[in-house]
Design a protein around this ligand. Structure first.
Ligand code: 0RA
Length: 639
């Protein structure tokens, strides 16, 4: 076939022909409702474009045709993705009368026509194909090396500029896509290194054959991800700031009923469970069939081992007991996975549950038999979890009983509001007794409650679950919020729909804020997930001249305020909340009409888990690295 021949969308004179209408209609639909195809048009949707293109390259790796995918954020803000796979097919497709490359890039449903790979990533969860990326790009350049030639076609908002051309010769194969996201579609077109980096790292862990090169030409930053150890290395990476109680991780790989499984587990001396699951390398934050199969089998196999070996007598470990301190990766591959749930992030295919549980029942039992030392550690860890669960339940019951006796008595330090409708109520958690005093005087007592905290609260990341409620400050917080704690937390019972953390804008304040957030994340997660948690934003400066005063919340505002008030303006920097009198505190930080508040959002559950275990854990070095690399992006603090 001659790549330069007129074809596809074009008539001999290079104008659009009748066939083009159908393709254009499809792309138009994408541009009209981009959210339907990529979830959203914010930063998330933007990064999704890159994932989509990279996933196509990963598919080539998974199918055994490629081993390299390189991604580059170019200086002009475009992104280039290159893989050394077979190359998108080129050449006239007789049925459609169009070049195959053009079909792949412009036809929403072309993918499957050319590719038999049943275990695809792309085409999975949000897998929508490169044509969607094309439709949402101001410009896109597709270059294919195959059959000794270099082919190219370029597009604007998904519409080809002209036919596929041969622009050179090559003895390699592969595909290169460069695209410029359309600023008419996206709220932002600026790519964030960390978001892409995190996903590429995960992809490399899950595809040990792949090497992913990543470069940001805007900053010179770059990474190379390649992990021969696969999911086992993934688990060790996730545990890098925790203390594992056995090494290496338990690694189980195999196939049942067309479902391929790659599973790794490692117990730590901590109490959190961090089990992440993937289907065809697509992250399933809500788990689903594969997760259920894993859990069922884990509980059964460990109990069976414990009983058969005299470690468990008349007790049975529950699921939460055998998962305490467990970090695990469950990666499965299966044809045509079905996703469920609101965000389509839960695997529905029940065949996966059966496959994982029968496989694990056999393989994990085998591992435990062959590794009695590790097996014993795991059973003992489960027993200690069970004992501390019992102790925690007793402590909770005691707290509850006491509250009931004292007619549901709220903490003495809590200055509650008079409003009873939680939707209208706000709880301010305030650092220090003196700021707490000012807040109590300055607040609108109709709907604002104040709970002062004395000093730092317990670091729940390091505490045994049954010890958490021994801590007076945490107990006060739990009773004030009203939804309980831990596995029994019930978000429908919370007494305030806004829980506002108000700390000083210094290191200590940041630390206390993080301790409270850790408590919420580990013990009252739905509170954050439902958007009930906020950070108060006190001003950093007060700029005054005569009777005029302006509060500035950052340096920029401060400079502006000084300009506004002219020479002789007086700048005072607030070091702590205690420096403000009740009226000032109300005006600047608590009055809903004028205050600035940030909502705490969990952007990425896997990352958030890492954030807390690293920020609040024992190891200093990973913490240092992590703060430098990630801290700002995991928990997205939205105004
Ligand atoms: C369909 C069929 C074939 C390869 C591809 C698609 C393909 C698509 C992309 C997208 C990015 N990189 C890609 N690499 C390959 C197989 C063609 C053949 O049989 O040679």
């Amino acid at each position: 076939m001659d790549g330069n021949k007129q074809q596809g969308l074009f008539d001999a004179d290079n104008s659009y022909n009748a066939d083009s209408i159908v393709a254009l209609k499809g792309l138009e639909a994408v541009r009209k409702r981009p959210g339907m195809y990529i979830g959203s048009t914010d930063g998330r949707g933007l990064h999704h474009l890159v994932f989509e293109v990279v996933d196509n390259g990963i598919d080539e790796v998974m199918a055994g045709y490629a081993d390299k995918v390189s991604v580059c954020i170019n200086e002009d803000g475009s992104v280039t993705v290159n893989d050394d796979g077979r190359g998108i097919p080129v050449g006239m497709n007789k049925e459609e009368g169009k070049d195959a490359l053009e079909m792949c890039l412009t036809d929403l449903h072309a993918g499957g026509k050319f590719d038999q790979n049943a275990y695809k990533v792309s085409g999975g969860l949000h897998g929508v194909g490169v044509s969607v990326v094309n439709a949402l790009s101001k410009r896109l350049i597709a270059t294919v090396e195959r059959e000794g030639k270099v082919f190219r076609q370029t597009y604007r908002i998904g519409i080809p500029d002209g036919p596929v051309e041969v622009i050179g010769s090559s003895d390699r194969t592969g595909t290169t896509i460069t695209f410029f996201p359309d600023s008419d579609i996206f709220e932002t077109t600026e790519f964030e290194y960390e978001i892409l980096q995190n996903r590429f790292r995960n992809q490399a862990f899950l595809n040990k054959e792949a090497t992913i090169y990543f470069e940001d030409k805007r900053t010179g930053r770059s990474d190379k991800f390649h992990y021969e150890g696969g999911v086992s290395e993934f688990v060790q990476y996730l545990n890098r700031s925790k203390k594992a109680i056995h090494t290496p991780p338990i690694a189980l790989a195999g196939e049942r009923n067309g479902v391929m499984m790659d599973i790794a587990l490692q117990y730590t001396d901590g109490y959190n469970e961090a089990i992440d699951s993937f289907v065809n390398t697509i992250y399933t934050p809500e788990g689903g069939a594969h997760m259920t199969g894993f859990r069922t089998s884990l509980t059964k196999t460990i109990n069976d081992y414990g009983k058969e070996n005299g470690l468990l007598k008349d007790t049975t470990l529950e699921g939460t007991d055998v998962r305490e301190g467990l970090t695990a990766i469950i990666s499965i591959r299966m044809p045509d996975p079905q996703f469920e749930g609101q965000t389509k992030s839960k695997l529905g295919s029940s065949i996966a549950q059966k496959a994982v549980s029968t496989f694990m029942n056999e393989k994990l039992a085998e591992y435990l038999l062959e590794n009695p030392a590790v097996a014993t550690l795991i059973v003992r860890k489960g027993i200690s979890a069970l004992e501390s669960r019992e102790a925690a339940r007793k402590a909770r019951d005691a707290t509850r009983r006491k509250s009931a006796l004292e007619s549901a008595s709220l903490p003495g330090k809590l200055a509650d509001c008079s409003e009873k409708d939680p939707a209208k109520c706000e709880l301010y958690i305030v650092e220090g007794e003196s700021a707490g005093g000012s807040a109590k005087q300055g607040r609108d007592r109709a709907f604002q409650a104040i709970l002062p905290l004395r000093g730092k609260i317990l670091n729940v990341e390091k505490a045994r679950p049954d010890k958490i409620l021994d801590n007076e400050e945490i107990k006060n917080l739990m009773i004030a919020i009203g939804g309980g704690i831990g596995k029994e937390f019930d978000v429908s019972k919370v007494r305030y729909h806004s829980v506002v953390i108000m700390t000083d804008a210094d290191i200590d304040g940041a630390h206390i804020g993080t301790l409270i957030l850790t408590l919420f994340y580990r013990q009252m997660k739905p509170l954050i997930e439902r958007g009930h948690v906020f950070l108060a934003m006190p001003p950093l400066y007060r700029v005054s001249k005569g009777k005029k005063e302006i509060y500035a919340y950052n340096n920029e505002e401060m400079t502006k305020a000084v300009e506004e008030l002219g020479t002789g303006a007086n700048i005072s920097r607030y070091k702590g909340l205690g420096e403000m009198n009740p009226q000032q505190l109300w005006d600047t930080t608590m009055n809903p009409e004028t205050r600035l508040m940030k909502r705490v959002e969990i952007e990425d559950a896997m990352q958030a888990d890492q954030l807390f275990s690293i920020l609040m854990g024992d190891d200093v070095e990973p913490r240092r690295e992590f703060i430098i690399e990630h801290a700002h992006e995991v928990i997205n603090l939205d105004v």
